[in-house]
Design a binder for this molecule. Structure first.
Ligand SMILES: [Zn+2]
Length: 176
């Protein structure tokens, strides 16, 4: 990576300025676009981020589904969380009815933070025309090749994500 890019004091110089930074996360622009990176390490099940934003009845490329007909147009930094088919973040519906992102495993400082969009989205058909949202190049061994949705998630993946899925996905479907 940027090994060798050090000052005399041994302090590593960032190659790019961060777009956003807190003690927990940093938003950085990479060759694949913006992403969110851990500023420190996290333990399994530790709260990493909470989604905030405006509620809307419509899905949007930068929204998270929080109910059968309710979406959250999320503010940064959550807006820049990328999808992975082998995520290090899982989701939990919180007391406010929005989404908490928790570590699914130990996360090291500097790792990119990702979740599986199928953890919140029942269906992505409204945004299917937007190819960048549906074709996946996360490059992990588990890659499904497309950014899936909960409705079509294989059963073994649903089992792997147990405890890390938005509550509305698990409710008895009325008819949506
Ligand atoms: Zn993938």
């Amino acid at each position: 990576m940027d090994a060798g890019n050090k000052t005399k004091r041994g302090k590593r110089k960032p190659q790019r300025k961060a777009d956003y930074m807190t003690s927990s996360v940093t938003v950085q622009t990479t060759s694949k676009g913006r992403g969110v990176f851990a500023s420190r390490s996290f333990s399994p099940d530790e709260l990493v981020l909470t989604a905030q934003g405006a509620r809307s009845p419509n899905r949007h490329p930068h929204s998270l589904q929080i109910g059968a007909d309710e979406h959250l147009f999320v503010d940064p930094p959550v807006r820049y969380l990328n999808h992975s088919c082998d995520p290090n973040l899982g989701v939990r519906t919180n007391a406010q009815g929005t989404i908490d992102f928790v570590a699914m495993r130990s996360i090291a400082a500097g790792e990119e933070l990702c979740f599986d969009y199928a953890m919140t989205e029942m269906s992505l058909h409204e945004v299917e025309t937007q190819a960048e949202r549906t074709s996946c190049d996360c490059g992990t061994e588990n890659c499904r090749g497309e950014i899936g949705q909960y409705a079509t998630l294989p059963e073994d993946v649903k089992a792997r994500y147990k405890g890390y899925l938005a509550a509305h996905l698990l409710e008895e479907p009325g008819r949506t």
